[in-house]
Design a protein around this ligand. Structure first.
Ligand code: AMP
Length: 529
């Protein structure tokens, strides 16, 4: 076989997006933009500013904040060595070994997730390289963004900014989960955080007449309860903001669940009580829940296993075991939500998957999502900034799963509810082409008409209309067929006659009617629609 034939038969590899990742295509991306635009608008009316964060951070940041034992950190992160030399040196070492085909006494070594057998004499070098790899800095693609926001708060000394600091973000997150409907490995979150420097005990800052902060003596009576009331109001306002956002999007079947999971004073005692109760019924629980009795008994409350539901229903409720401060805070949050007209349901089984939450936790579900119906999760995390080496700081925030939010909007047909959204419905023409919302298709014929068409396109676009200008001359019949396929509203017909008369023909594609207009008349006509 000649070289030429071999080359011909070699089929180029067909690439596909990696499992759990996907392309977002038009016209759907218009809906994504609309959702994000609405988030910008709503969040800014609540005084939040946007923060843009790196996509990868030191692995240690996530291990320390989310918790090294959580599934997210222990199994689901995409981690790599940064700088990459250490991992690369190890890879080269294994490559060299396999090339030599060493038949010396065999030893088993495991590295980079694979088992290899190698000759004894190579072991010292292997150990040296392994050590080098362990010491190299590991970085991970972010599985969530709260840790990054806290890192940024510390890095930019935001405790000196006017408090509280209100930030929101949007962008992709990465978790190596089993992909299914509503669960991806690259997914998108829109989230917000409120961070506030904590007033040290024994010190209470008040504003002096000059507007500067001064430190007064011992805390006045009622300071603690004032702080509690303030925290509760902040929690309620954050929840109100998400609900306002969902309301603006006309998201259907929205259900807000809230709970308090106590703090470091009362939660450990409740967890121990829960563990003791769970041990009594251990034999009747499935393997996951049995394991969680040891690792994280709270997570048993999360269980969806049918046979466990009856048992879980008999377990003690955390609300009955909150310390005085947590109970007061929880009551105040509920009162604050009521004042804001936010409907909620108390759900004592609502615990969050990530370690850092305390007191308020909440989750919002929506219609049309099957088993993955949580569109938003959030809660309070006082102390997280301190855990990451920053000053004592309070925190509350949430993350919305944008993929699921979009799915739910699509399921309920909300993406076409408002004409202004410009997202084509299935019936609307132009969907197959991926284009939509074409206002004017310019059908031109002849050199002079081409020049006029280019100028007309420029002017119409400047006035905000979406214009399709065919790059080559088409017979009018063909051009009008194209305009129809693209779902254009109007066709502007420019031939020699139109150009010399200075009167352009505008065809309304829905009814086929035509009219002759001068350029200013055309703009006026379109603007009035
Ligand atoms: P979490 O950061 O785990 O509290 O999740 C907050 C929200 O992000 C959830 O309520 C989901 O809507 C969304 N989410 C989390 N993991 C995924 C995933 N793998 N795919 C799609 N959405 C997700």
């Amino acid at each position: 076989m000649s070289e030429g034939t071999a080359k011909k038969e070699e089929k180029p590899r067909k690439f596909q997006a990696i499992r759990g990742t996907r392309d977002l295509l038009p016209p759907e991306t218009a809906l994504w933009n609309r959702v994000e635009q609405t988030a910008h608008e709503v969040f800014s009316t609540f005084g939040f500013g946007e923060i843009r964060l790196p996509i990868f951070e030191p692995t240690e940041l996530f291990a320390r904040s989310i918790g090294a034992e959580t599934d997210v950190v222990s199994k689901e992160m995409y981690t790599f060595s940064d700088p990459p030399e250490a991992a690369e040196n190890l890879r080269r070492f294994f490559e060299a070994i396999s090339e030599v085909g060493d038949k010396e006494p065999i030893s088993s070594a495991s590295n980079l997730g694979e088992k290899t057998t190698i000759g004894e004499k190579h072991l010292p070098e292997l150990y040296r390289l392994q050590e080098e790899w362990k010491k190299s800095d590991l970085a991970s693609l972010r599985p969530e963004a709260t840790a990054s926001v806290c890192r940024a708060y510390i890095e930019h000394s935001m405790q000196h900014w006017p408090q509280p600091v209100k930030l929101y973000y949007m962008g992709p997150m990465f978790r190596r989960e089993r992909p299914q409907k509503g669960r991806y490995r690259q997914f998108y979150q829109i989230g917000a955080e409120v961070l506030e420097r904590e007033v040290a005990s024994g010190e209470w800052r008040v504003a002096s007449r000059e507007g500067k902060e001064v430190t007064s003596g011992p805390p006045q009576a009622g300071v603690a309860s004032k702080e509690l009331a303030k925290d509760a109001a902040v929690d309620a306002e954050v929840i109100e903001m998400v609900m306002t956002f969902f309301d603006r999007l006309e998201l259907q079947g929205v259900q807000l669940d809230i709970n308090s999971i106590g703090d470091r004073n009362c939660r450990p005692k409740y967890v121990e009580l829960l563990r003791a109760e769970l041990l009594k019924v251990k034999d009747r629980l499935g393997p996951d829940s049995q394991r969680r009795i040891e690792t994280n008994p709270l997570r048993v409350l999360d269980s969806k296993v049918e046979s466990e539901q009856g048992i879980i229903a008999t377990l003690p409720h955390i609300a009955d075991h909150l310390c005085e401060a947590c109970a007061a805070h929880y009551a105040a949050v509920k009162h604050q939500l009521e004042m804001r007209g936010v409907m909620y349901r108390e759900n004592w089984r609502l615990v969050r998957g990530l370690d850092y939450y305390m007191r308020t936790t909440f989750e919002i579900t929506a219609k049309g999502l099957g088993s993955q119906n949580a569109v938003c999760g959030g809660g309070r995390y006082d102390g997280l900034v301190e855990l990451l080496g920053g000053p004592p700081t309070k925190g509350i925030g949430f993350a919305i799963g944008e993929d699921r939010l979009i799915l739910s909007l699509q399921e309920s047909g909300k993406e076409v509810a408002s004409g202004e959204w410009r997202v084509a419905s299935k019936e609307r023409k132009g969907v197959a082409s991926g284009r939509h919302g074409v206002d004017v298709y310019i059908a031109w014929m002849g050199e002079r008409a081409h020049a006029t068409a280019i100028r007309a396109a420029k002017d119409l676009r400047k006035a905000g209309f979406s214009v399709e200008l065919p790059p080559v001359e088409l017979k009018f019949g063909k051009a009008l067929g194209q305009a129809d396929k693209l779902g254009a509203k109007y066709a502007l017909i420019l031939g020699d006659n139109e150009v010399s008369e200075g009167l352009w023909t505008l065809k309304t594609l829905a009814d086929g009617s035509q009219q002759k207009l001068t350029e200013p008349q055309l703009l006026d006509f379109l603007r009035k629609l």
